[in-house]
Design a protein around this ligand. Structure first.
Ligand SMILES: [Zn+2]
Length: 270
């Protein structure tokens, strides 16, 4: 029969091994997805499926972690007949690693899709009509890196010229804009993820935790939509409507929370 230090050492080694394999799967996903995109001539239709397959492999390691805890490791600690605090402490190591892998997976997903968006966008810009000339004086103008129609003012005669990007560029708008905005809002995503975890880990749904999570989400979506407007200037007029839209599902969910009602449903967004 193993002693406690031996059992703990074996468990620590197992956790480190899981994390190492997880890192290997993520880096394989990064190179694999980029390679697939290049091989498919920057056609994005198979990209999401390829990522999902990689994501499933990464998530299997999390399942393996918890299965091992339940089937093997927890019974070993039980057999040692220890205080409950020891087993709680060892279980907490699994929870910490599991939470860390969840964030690392999300970070890699955002990076992989943002890298693909940049590659697809650069390719589409290269294929879009490179020449633009003023409809007033005929002077050549530089084509902007825009996904939707943009009005430009001619520096020579001040005529307003509409730049119309090619159909291909418009078609990839959805594929490119979302991941680039996600990447630019990563720090705010992390903050709202932490606030969500604090709320979920708490025994009581307090108004302080609810408001912290609400504010972090609003901050995330504000940042995301601000970057979106920079890429799609036509969305500027709908900024407030879009922000309320992103928060609508959460406000619906919190509407019947006792702590939220007791505080008078103090919504940041009207
Ligand atoms: Zn001109």
């Amino acid at each position: 029969m193993s002693t406690l230090p031996e059992t703990v050492a074996r468990w620590d080694k197992f956790l480190a091994g899981i994390h190492e394999r997880f890192g290997a799967v993520l880096s394989e996903a990064q190179t694999g997805c980029a390679q697939l995109l290049a091989n498919n001539d920057y056609d994005t239709s198979a990209f999401g499926i390829a990522w999902s397959a990689m994501e499933a492999r990464a998530k299997q390691l999390d399942s393996k972690l918890w299965n091992s805890w339940e089937d093997k490791v927890s019974p070993m600690f039980d057999a040692l007949d220890l205080e409950a605090a020891v087993e709680d402490r060892e279980r907490h190591k699994a929870e910490t690693l599991s939470g860390r892998m969840e964030v690392e997976l999300e970070q890699m997903r955002v990076r992989v899709f943002a890298d693909a968006a940049r590659a697809v966008w650069q390719r589409a810009v290269a294929q879009a009509p490179p020449q633009l000339s003023c409809s007033g004086c005929g002077a050549p103008m530089a084509a902007p890196q825009a996904l939707s129609a943009v009005n430009l003012t001619c520096p020579h005669c001040s005529a307003v010229v509409t730049y119309e990007p090619g159909m291909r560029l418009r078609a990839i708008e959805h594929f490119c804009v979302h991941p680039l905005c996600e990447e630019l809002s990563w720090q705010q995503w992390l903050a709202q993820h932490e606030a969500e975890r604090a709320l979920n880990d708490s025994r009581n749904e307090t108004i302080g935790l609810l408001q912290a999570y609400e504010h972090a989400q609003v901050q995330y979506w504000r940042t995301y939509l601000t970057h979106r407007v920079q890429l799609l200037p036509a969305r500027a007029a709908d900024f407030d409507k879009d922000l309320r839209g992103r928060m609508a599902a959460w406000y619906d969910r919190v509407h019947h929370s006792a702590a939220w009602i007791k505080a008078g449903r103090p919504r940041t967004l009207a």
